[in-house]
Design a protein around this ligand. Structure first.
Ligand SMILES: [Ca+2]
Length: 223
């Protein structure tokens, strides 16, 4: 109970107690002649009644104040102990998958299923031969225009990067350039990562590329 509420209750009890006691005292003086002194006058009886009423209202006010204070204060609250929630951090380790991609074949499964929204890192090392004279190129493909001009199928590309470069695709999403190193975010649906040489004339190709795929890529640690 608020202090204002308590004060109102005490005041109401005081007024009620005073009025009740005054009326009771007046009734007593008229019925039984209290005070009983022979010389008592009507004024004496009123003063007697006021005194009785004052004493009664004081007693009532004190009792109500005590009762409401006890209610307001009450027993001390029981201390509660909050146990902090246990936080379990699950760290998914980055898995590394190695595979070999042949220059003489089309799309080849890497064995890696890339989830939607997942980042994947692809690195490739090695050399392969995109045409018959034995000229070797790395995963970035044929970048020497003089040498590449000797390749009869140098314009027969699948997509997006130098001839004979390493390319990839996830599921049925559009293919993309990989080269020697590529980290990408899969904006499409989940699917298997497949790899191949960027060359549509495969029968004159030899060699293969060693490819390592890592995923998922751990989020950077905040500073
Ligand atoms: Ca070729």
């Amino acid at each position: 109970m608020s202090a204002t509420g308590q004060a109102l209750i005490v005041a109401a009890a005081t007024v009620t107690g005073f009025a009740t006691a005054y009326l009771a005292a007046q009734l007593a003086t008229r019925r039984w002649g209290v005070p009983q002194h022979p010389a008592a006058t009507a004024s004496d009886r009123m003063n007697f009644s006021l005194a009785v009423a004052a004493l009664a209202s004081t007693a009532v006010a004190a009792a109500v104040f005590w009762a409401t204070t006890a209610t307001r204060t009450g027993p001390p609250p029981t201390a509660t102990t909050t146990t902090p929630a246990t936080t379990t951090t699950t760290t998914t380790p980055t898995a590394a998958t190695t595979t070999t991609v042949s220059a003489a074949r089309g799309w080849q499964d890497s064995g890696v299923l890339v989830a939607a929204g997942e980042d994947v890192e692809i690195t490739a090392t090695g050399q392969w031969h995109p045409f018959g004279n034995g000229y070797a190129v790395g995963p970035d493909g044929c970048t020497d225009p003089v040498v590449c001009s000797q390749d009869p199928d140098q314009t027969n590309n699948v997509c997006c990067t130098a001839h004979a470069g390493l390319i990839g695709m996830i599921g049925s999403s559009p293919p993309f350039a990989v080269g020697g190193e590529r980290t990408l975010h899969n904006t499409g649906p989940a699917g298997e990562l497949r790899l191949r040489i960027n060359d549509t004339v495969l029968e004159d190709n030899t060699g293969d590329m060693a490819v390592t795929v890592r995923h998922p890529i751990p989020a950077p640690t905040p500073p």
